[in-house]
Design a binder for this molecule. Structure first.
Ligand SMILES: [Zn+2]
Length: 113
């Protein structure tokens, strides 16, 4: 239940932000998620509906924006965008890589009233 705990975290952040901003209702939550986290957006949507019931975010739209995976190769030094589960450098094939983006998960912005 990877998505469920992830969505719970997102919801907590959104609710806190809306409360701090004096909002009554959350209309939409925009989330940025790294492609490496391998979540299924439609499933996240279901989790969000479930968890947001009876909260300020009930009925809000969850918008998932995916951040592509990029790596830097420690052997040849080239930065590349890669498929989500690729763990070697597409240029030289080295597995000595550093992931630059792709593991993110954060609330980018909220629409509330
Ligand atoms: Zn390389």
């Amino acid at each position: 239940m990877h998505e469920l705990s992830l969505v719970q975290g997102v919801l907590n952040v959104a609710l806190r932000a809306a409360q701090n901003g004096g909002a009554k209702r959350i209309l939409a939550v925009y989330v940025k998620i790294g492609a490496y986290s391998d979540v299924i957006p439609s499933y996240m949507d279901e989790c969000f509906k479930l968890l947001s019931r009876d909260t300020m975010a009930q009925g809000a739209k969850l918008v998932v924006e995916e951040i592509p995976v990029t790596i830097r190769c420690n052997a040849c030094g080239i930065e590349s965008g890669v498929a989500r589960r690729q763990t070697c450098c597409p240029v030289c094939g080295s597995q000595d890589i550093t992931m630059l983006t792709g593991r993110e998960c954060f609330v980018d912005r909220l629409e509330a009233e």
